[in-house]
Design a protein around this ligand. Sequence first.
Ligand SMILES: Nc1ncnc2c1ncn2[C@@H]1O[C@H](COP(=O)(O)OP(=O)(O)O)[C@@H](O)[C@H]1O
Ligand SMILES: [Mg+2]
Length: 340
Amino acid sequence: MSITELDRAGGGTATGGTEPAVHAEGLVKAFGEHRAVDGIDLDVRAGEIFGVLGPNGAGKTTMLRMLATLLKIDAGRAEIFGVDVAGNPHVIRQLVGVTGQYASVDENLTARENLWLFGRLQGIASPRARRIATELLGQFGLEEAANKPISQFSGGMRRRLDLAASLITRPPLIFLDEPTTGLDPRTRGQMWDTIRGLVADGCTVLLTTQYLDEADQLADRIAVIDHGRKVAEGTPDELKTAVGDSTLQVLLAEPREVPAAVDVVRRLLGSDPVLSPEQGRLNVALDQADLAADVLIALRTAGISITSVNVAKPSLDEVFLALTGHEADGDDEDVKEVTR
Ligand SMILES: Nc1ncnc2c1ncn2[C@@H]1O[C@H](COP(=O)(O)OP(=O)(O)O)[C@@H](O)[C@H]1O
Ligand SMILES: [Mg+2]
């Protein structure tokens, strides 16, 4: 495909229909015995931000790399804007912008030189590459730093430059692999704005994250993955409702009173609390935060003493506990023993 054809694809011919941006069925990637991605179905609609939420090691990067043709798909199949991924790697690479692959930018070149160079490497004529570089530097607030070598860039600036580089060919679909992990809160906010801007310009974004708040802020829909499998999917609201609007975290003075406390909660709310691996700790999903008082009164009436209490928004950990029965970063087997 030539650049002009790409511009047209980005502008709508290839992507303007009802074709999903990503359609995947039963994706599998095995490393030796270990199935890093173990049968994932995925549908990303054109024009949306889709979030893949999961802890370290869940298989997020592996899944993105398969969809971007950077890793072979072991089983299952995937299409991007209706184009079969395994059969048309060259077309797919033109349709998808992947961040993270430009990490090895030349430290001694300036941001402007780097972007120009990437454009040239993609086969774009020099004057046009220069023009695109200037545009992207503006779009990403890197004008002032444009003529500084990358070695002087902060982490946030590097991340923005990396994203800018992935947009040189104007791909209609952008993969962002943990775009804000390790960034400070202000820089995270800037990145969120940048991502929203991409979608406003007509791009589709598939992003991975470990943070519920990030998925919540950005994503139209979320798939939660764990151990290479999808454990839940829905809008942020649907996911949060699955674990309640807020969570009452209770630490009992006597761990042996846990069964009695579970009984009290079940009778009051009609659902069981989630037991934490920590001895004597319960997480109670609440539809409304003010139900917390009712739970505490009921526990006290039953003569169960409490060491500490906390009402919080459900965290990723709680979403995971509720959906999978184990902690997001926990060792599966061990935790199941304790929470049984
Ligand atoms: N090239 C590889 N060789 C062997 N194992 C790998 C390789 N890449 C990833 N893995 C394993 O696959 C699992 C999923 O990894 P990854 O996709 O990087 O997860 P995530 O991006 O969600 O943190 C992990 O257990 C990881 O150790
Ligand atoms: Mg990863």
